[in-house]
Design a binder for this molecule. Structure first.
Ligand code: HGY
Ligand code: MN
Ligand code: MN
Length: 411
């Protein structure tokens, strides 16, 4: 099997075709979890899974699985590949989708080549990895790994007031299987790096050995609406200015810290949101990340102290609500070594690295040995329509996935 390769044209064609589904009137890719746009991508993926002759299963949180059992020993736990096909708002076409379609491609190519795996092979597309509409992110794989109860997840209320379980029913992906129904023997996720390291160092493959911790919070600051023209600055309780101070605080701390913390405020809204009214309320989200749990905890503590001081000095009230909190994860050393060996055997440069982004692999690592393979992202850009990885790099990564999968499935 060592000289087996994927059907490159089929993979590239499917990535581009899936990338064309779920676009809004401005042409932005918006396949946000459990939306009508997400259904378009889900339906197309299911049609490809069936075309490949795989058994299709959907669990209660809407995770989709393509299963190849044919001549395998079905008493053995499967080798699982996968990622996600939901996207952020105005997304690129590779984030998540590449890993799902390359996983399908690896299984389909092995099947076509007459490979007889000792154990079943499965490709998974996990629900709501992005967490843009429903928190937390990596929700489908978190439920699958038993990290949050299925009923709690289905009851999640979205940023648009919808309920996840109802939306999954509405789009036809409230499946029957219990999450976790197929416990993987091992899980391997192929993904674009979404960062600048591989491109900057001219390296083809990343063998991802760990993934940083994530802390998501929603902050609500309440001040007092008042007239923008008549209210002296000293008499204001301005929620907007208070929010600006918080944003500067976390950005300055992260930039100055010797730790590897990164801090982002990606959403903000004022109420009543009028040009000549001092904001009575500011609601915004904070995304803090660090590969070291102690550093991440220190950043959270510093933020909490700053919010307390701000409330006292600015005459506002501040509420902080946790939306997601995941500790850093270390992947399985044996699987990481297999990825490195696969790259070496293929004559590809490879380096070990940390993932800055969250991924389904960090959740499946709770129930099975897991690791990730990265390929370069042009300019390190992601969560942006300019996200790009050259076809040659995509194909190289998928062939490494194929080889690692075959190696993991022989016994
Ligand atoms: O937030 C993340 O890192 C991932 O894209 N959900
Ligand atoms: Mn992703
Ligand atoms: Mn993403």
């Amino acid at each position: 099997m060592s000289n087996l390769t994927i059907n490159a044209d089929r993979l590239i064609r499917r990535i581009e075709e899936l990338g064309s589904l779920g676009r809004d009137a401005q042409g932005r890719l918006v396949r946000v979890a459990a939306s009508d746009m997400d259904r378009l991508g889900r339906d197309r993926l299911v049609s490809w899974l069936k075309e490949a002759g795989l058994e299709v299963a959907v669990d209660r949180i809407g995770n989709i699985f393509g299963i190849w059992r044919d001549n395998a020993n079905t008493d053995l736990a499967p080798v699982m590949l996968g990622s996600h096909i939901d996207t952020v708002i105005d997304a690129g076409i590779y984030d998540g989708c590449y890993g799902v379609l390359a996983g399908l491609e690896a299984i389909e190519s092995l099947k076509e080549a007459g490979f007889a795996p000792a154990r079943p092979l499965v490709v998974a597309a996990f629900t709501n990895e992005e967490g843009v509409r429903y928190s937390p992110d990596m929700m489908g794989s978190l439920v699958y790994a038993g990290g949050v109860g299925i009923e709690d997840a289905l009851a999640a209320v979205g940023t648009d007031g919808t309920v996840l379980g109802k939306e999954l029913e509405r789009i036809g992906y409230a499946g029957q299987h219990q999450p976790g129904f197929l416990k993987p023997h091992v899980y391997v996720e192929l993904h674009v790096e979404q960062g600048p390291v591989l491109e900057r160092e001219g390296i083809a493959i990343g063998a991802v050995e760990n993934l940083q911790g994530i802390s998501w919070q929603r902050i609500t600051i309440d001040g007092e609406a008042n007239h923008a023209g008549t209210t002296p600055m000293a008499m204001r309780r301005d929620a907007g200015v208070a929010a600006a101070r918080v944003i500067s605080f976390i950005a300055d701390r992260a930039s100055a810290s010797r730790a590897r913390t990164v801090a982002t405020v990606g959403t903000i809204a004022f109420e009543p949101n009028a040009i000549n009214v001092i904001p009575a309320r500011a609601i915004f989200t904070i995304d803090l990340r660090d590969p070291n749990e102690a550093s991440l905890k220190a950043e959270e503590a510093a933020l909490a102290a700053f919010l307390d001081e701000l409330a006292a000095s600015a005459g506002v009230t501040v509420q902080a609500e946790s939306l997601a909190r995941f500790e850093p994860v270390t992947f399985d050393a044996r699987v990481v070594a297999l990825i490195e060996a696969g790259a070496k055997a293929a004559g590809l440069s490879c380096r070990r690295m940390t993932s800055g982004a969250g991924h389904d692999a960090q959740m499946i690592a709770r129930i099975a040995p897991s690791a990730m393979i990265f390929v370069p992202s042009r300019g390190g850009i992601s969560h942006n329509p300019a996200e790009f990885t050259a076809a040659g790099e995509l194909i190289a990564g998928a062939n490494i996935l194929l080889g690692v999968t075959a190696g993991l499935a022989v016994d």
